[in-house]
Ligand binder design. Structure first.
Ligand code: SDX
Length: 385
């Protein structure tokens, strides 16, 4: 047994390794991210979310026929069952879209069709269904939230383009479809982040994968994690103009407020995903966006410059994936309360990949707490307290 008085406490498990994995490597010092050994830059340049889904689930890039078979399976699961549509409708206006997403993801278990089969093959099929359906659920939540009717999936479209089609009821601009593919790829996986770790903890009890991903979306919602992009957009809107940026940031920092979209537990340099999104923002938004979005982009670039100067080298606080996602989603006309459901839809891939990998050598997560309270207190009857 461990001697509590000798042991070191790792609050928030900072710096603690909880498992070995071959899914992704996050190099916080070098600012590099690898999915199954491929740099995120090479995948962002050459791949798409469906191929990255195969890569993360199966551990290698697919051959042409393998990808076609996988894509056909993924696309075959897109339809949102009517009962789920009604569940979503019943929560509209009463719950944040992320809470509706969490509820709908939990309800997916009811449409599984093979719940008594917990074999690795069944759990892989389950994962593919979850990855396909969560994007369509997010689109349907967005659509219903704006009073529009359900749009059936178009299986001629890839994952990201179909998401936009089900959200908008029409094809999106090719540059926006390309951006959405990039967003789904960049948000898909990031080793043992808070939400992935949460899914692993739930899965380690041998709960089913629906329970695990529902726990994951619950953890993702927080503004310190997946809720940061929605918070970052609210901040950009509150700043209002590039000229106001420095005063806003100075005031926030003086009041010990966190600037959303900056800082990271692992990256102590620029988040490579933020670099990719910043380049996309500078290339696309400056050229093609409406004036209000161009203004948001300018504020974001000004805020980045100030934050990097003020807290980059000195405190290791740099832009993370959420910061530039905010103005880019605004350019794609994605409602801000849908940012986290989209993040959850993308990250359901990483959650499932880690659960499937961890189950290969499962060990219940049960850390210790150092008790610092009193012991052996005498029980005092209530009329004598
Ligand atoms: C994601 O883990 C992952 O991989 C996550 C993710 C993924 O893909 O899964 O990358 C996605 O969640 C990105 C992070 C999104 N969250 C935000 O942008 C919220 C703002 N960021 C911070 O809350 C913070 O940076 C965290 C939570 C991300 C990391 O915090 P840590 O590692 O627990 O560090 P900390 O909060 O203890 O901060 C250390 C110091 C503190 O100052 P001091 O008290 O030492 O003086 O840095 C300061 C903090 O105040 N600080 C910030 C800051 N982030 C940290 N100050 C101002 N603005 C910030 N954003």
């Amino acid at each position: 047994m461990v001697d509590e008085n000798q042991t070191e406490i790792h609050v928030g498990l900072e710096g603690v390794y909880i498992a070995e994995s071959q899914i992704s490597k996050v190099d916080g010092q070098a600012g590099k991210l690898y999915y199954r050994g491929y740099t995120i830059e090479s995948l962002a340049q050459n791949s798409n979310f469906e191929e990255v889904s195969y890569l993360l689930l199966y551990g290698r890039l697919p051959k042409k026929q393998e990808l076609q078979a996988f894509v056909n399976e993924l696309r075959s699961y897109r339809n949102v069952p009517e009962e789920l549509q009604n569940l979503i409708k019943g929560l509209l206006g009463k719950a944040h879209p992320t809470d509706i997403m969490r509820t709908a993801m939990s309800a997916l278990a009811a449409f599984d069709g093979e719940l008594d089969d917990s074999s690795p093959e069944a759990n892989l099929r389950r994962s593919i269904r979850i990855i396909a359906r969560t994007a369509c659920i997010a689109a349907t939540i967005g659509r219903f939230s704006h009073g529009k009717p359900y749009v059936k999936p178009d299986n001629n479209l890839d994952h990201a383009s179909n998401f936009l089609y089900m959200l908008n009821g029409k094809r999106a601009d090719p540059d926006i479809e390309k951006l959405m593919n990039l967003m789904f790829m960049l948000h898909a996986e990031h080793s043992s982040n808070a939400s992935t770790f949460t899914t692993m903890v739930a899965a380690s009890t041998l709960a089913d994968i629906y329970s695990a991903v529902t726990a994951g979306v619950s953890a993702l919602k927080g503004p310190l994690h997946g809720g940061a992009d929605e918070a970052a957009l609210k901040m950009l809107r509150a700043i209002g103009s590039p000229q106001n940026t420095e005063a806003y940031i100075n005031d926030a920092l003086e009041n010990k407020q966190k600037i959303m979209g900056f800082g990271h537990r692992v990256y102590k340099t620029y988040d490579p995903r933020a670099r990719i999104l910043k380049a996309y923002l500078e290339k696309q938004v400056r050229a093609n966006a409406p004036e209000d979005v161009k203004n948001l982009a300018q504020i974001a670039l000004e805020a980045e410059k100030i934050m990097v100067e003020r807290l980059g080298e000195t405190k290791g606080i740099w832009p993370n994936v959420d910061f530039f996602a905010a103005p880019l989603y605004a350019w794609a006309e994605i409602p801000e309360d849908l940012f986290t459901p989209i993040f959850a839809a993308s990250r359901s891939l990483g959650w499932c990949a880690h659960v499937l990998e961890y189950w290969q050598n499962n060990k219940l997560f049960r850390p210790l707490e150092k008790y610092t309270g009193k012991l052996d207190l005498p029980y005092i009857p209530i009329d004598k307290r």
